[in-house]
Design a protein around this ligand. Sequence first.
Ligand code: UDP
Ligand code: MG
Length: 319
Amino acid sequence: MKTIDLVVPCYNEEAGLEHFVLETNKVIDSLPEYSFRYILVNDGSKDRTYLIMKKLAKTFNNIKYISFSRNFGKEAAMFAGLQHTTADYVVVMDADLQHPPQLFPQMIQAVEHEGYDCCATKRADREGESKFRGIFSKLFFKLSNRLTDVKMPYGAMDFRMMSRQMVDSILELSEVQRFSKGIFSWVGFNTKWIAYKTVDRQLGQTTWKFSSLFKYAIEGITSFSVAPLRFTAVMGFIIFVISLIYIIITLIQTLFLGITTPGYVTTLCAILFMGGITEMSIGILGEYIGKIYMEAKDRPIYITKFSNFEDEDNEEKDD
Ligand code: UDP
Ligand code: MG
């Protein structure tokens, strides 16, 4: 019997976690020829998510959980989940039912019978999302596809089923600052994309703020490309050439026409423009140095507080 592990990052999901498991179980029950297992990762939730996880694990013996010592972010939670997988196929999905388990049969079809290593999903629409986020998202995919080597279709989601081999390759990328959408694409393998109509989050709330989405986008681009650095270099060169031409013109004017004092506007413009460009270049440089710094520290990607994996001896004792 083929096995399938479901990796589910959970942050403040007390409202919907049980509902998620019950709904997903319906789909699992309709696929008796596969053995499913949940790997729920509690990403330092501030609510009762962990208690609900434990309760669920008592009710259903195919539920495993890992609980972090604090909030490490969805990327870390996905990584932790993937590290604990052993199944033939691995699914990564959200706990809010925005990633419908009803797609499992289609995914299994792709990875088991059509020869794909991965069956990933993308949005067929952007319903249930603010216009603003939609525009920003489109811009991100455009920029990212142009600047980096990793190609992602517009609206690509993390929700996907992958082969064991692909998961093992993903785990070999041990960078601390993880950008999974990029990593999934970077490791290669054949991916089948299926589009589906997204649904609104039924229970609980999204934890993404605009600022975190912005950070996510910058992370996505800088993790897979040095194009911004090259951009500053090219910019510098262009400005250098323009300045050189201007210097020559001014020198000739001064030599042949004598010193003409007006130049207030030119001086001001030059200083401000150069200042702006320099600041921006330093900022971009800083972004990369920051990344090097964070990677150089080589800190663990997450810290586990509790878990019910047999191979770990940190099971909670006090109940
Ligand atoms: N999540 C997480 N850690 C975080 C934020 C979110 O593990 O710091 C989980 C969350 O529980 C959910 C998934 O990541 O299962 C997606 O989060 P959410 O639904 O809030 O994001 P959206 O669907 O709006 O992109
Ligand atoms: Mg969601």
